[in-house]
Design a protein around this ligand. Structure first.
Ligand SMILES: Nc1ncnc2c1ncn2[C@@H]1O[C@H](COP(=O)(O)OP(=O)(O)OP(=O)(O)O)[C@@H](O)[C@H]1O
Length: 405
């Protein structure tokens, strides 16, 4: 029989199907669990009401009903870790437990072990302020929660609240400290040594591009420069040199790449998807933006970056670049292209284009960076294949050694 006013919905006494929910989708998972336990609820609050008490979350209701596993083994695991592991290692372990093992009462585990997880932070603060008597306090625990949340975000892209933990107070100051300190903590002496060794090696072509980019940085001119560089022409070599130059000045330079392998070749490189928090279904969205807030660590990095490199950009969907443009304009409060930041796109359009499942070549070309209006960039190219040049030199050397003795 159809439901009144909704002819498309059929009315019946039997529940046909309750969708499966992954435990990572925590509150939905616990709601589903309660739906199987509580008889005749008439609203969502009914589901959370246990013995007349309205629980704040569905997880809490499940706990009160004794539906969740005992966390004893996680207590023992952490207890054992406290005997030998450092605070950083215990945080790492706790982050893994939180994100992959779904403990039933994470808050209780936190309360039991928060001191062990905050030891190093207390020590650092005491070292920095030897004249003060500092003990564990809420600020220290908050800093621990921030570091813990960063780990959870890196492992599973979940915030602590989503896992059922207390939310850290992320004021700009502490976030700035963590992300920006990380970017500014390069060893300047090592960087200067690297520059002194590699800068004289630049070939004419690389030197020309190096000068173009450094001029833009020195004049604070933003925009997009496209660096057309077939494999082996020394693009990574050039990028690493410029990254070192900027970082040696204690400025922020970001190195992004479309693939993990390319990211590992650049010093401090990360994948564009992770650094920009690009949506996974970017192709389906009309006006996508990066999921980065202005006060977050990543937001601050993008706001203050002197230069951003994006290697293997030819594999990126054009909407990724458009999302980055919108986000940078918003973060930097600047309506110029890329919010006035200097973006260097490098890659080779003769290699892989964006991969679109079940697509035709036309779809791939349509998703390509060249099709977006942002493609009106300054074009530069390097074409001398240094990999071949170097191997030629090596062969010449062997040849000389054995045949001209
Ligand atoms: N000017 C240079 N002097 C000496 N060695 C160089 C120079 N430029 C590049 N090389 C060396 O040439 C090799 C290839 O360079 P690199 O890896 O930077 O090229 P690439 O364009 O990034 O290549 P791919 O796209 O295949 O990753 C590396 O071993 C690098 O150290």
């Amino acid at each position: 029989m159809p439901e009144e006013g909704h002819p498309e919905i059929m009315k019946t006494n039997a529940i046909g199907r309750v969708y499966t929910v992954h435990p990572n989708n925590a509150e939905c998972f616990y709601l589903r669990m309660l739906l199987h336990e509580i008889r005749g609820p008439t609203n969502f609050t009914d589901l959370r009401t246990i013995d007349g008490y309205i629980c704040h979350t569905y997880r809490e209701a499940c706990q009160r009903l004794g539906l969740l596993e005992n966390d004893n083994h996680w207590e023992l695991t952490l207890q054992e870790a406290t005997l030998t592991a450092s605070a950083e290692q215990i945080r790492e372990l706790f982050a893994i437990i939180l994100t992959t093992c779904n403990p039933s009462n994470p808050k209780q585990l936190w309360d039991s072990f928060k001191r062990n997880m905050s030891d190093d932070i207390l020590y650092q603060i005491r070292q920095a302020n030897p004249e003060l008597t500092i003990e564990f306090n809420d600020d220290i625990f908050n800093e621990t929660l921030i570091r813990l949340e960063d780990k959870c975000l890196a492992i599973n892209n979940q915030t602590l609240v989503e896992i059922g933990m207390p939310a850290p107070q992320r004021n700009t100051f502490s976030v700035l400290n963590y992300e920006i300190t990380k970017e500014k903590s390069y060893n300047v002496n090592e960087l200067l040594e690297y520059i002194a060794h590699n800068k004289p090696l630049l070939n004419d072509n690389q030197k020309k591009i190096y000068n173009v980019i450094m001029n833009r940085i020195n004049n604070n001119t933003g925009g997009i420069i496209y660096l057309d560089a077939p494999g082996g022409t020394g693009k990574t070599f050039l990028i690493n040199l410029i990254l070192a130059e900027i970082r040696a000045e204690k400025h922020i330079a970001l190195a992004l790449a479309s693939s993990g392998i390319a990211a590992t070749l650049m010093e401090g490189g990360r994948t564009a998807h992770s650094a920009l928090q690009l949506p996974l279904n970017i192709a389906e969205q009309q006006f996508p933006v990066c999921k980065i807030s202005g006060t977050s660590g990543r937001g601050q990095l993008l706001k203050h970056a002197k230069i951003i490199f994006w290697d293997e950009c030819t594999m990126a969907h054009k909407k990724s670049l458009e999302a980055m443009d919108r986000t940078l304009q918003e973060l930097r409060k600047n309506s110029e292209i890329m919010g006035g930041a200097l973006l260097i796109l490098s890659g080779d359009f003769r290699q892989t284009l964006p991969v679109i499942p079940k697509s035709t070549p036309a779809d791939e070309i349509n998703a390509c960076l060249k099709v977006t209006s942002l493609a009106k960039s300054t074009n530069t190219a390097i074409n001398k294949n240094m990999r071949v040049e170097l191997s030629k030199m090596k062969q010449q050397h062997i040849f000389k050694k054995y045949f001209y003795k």
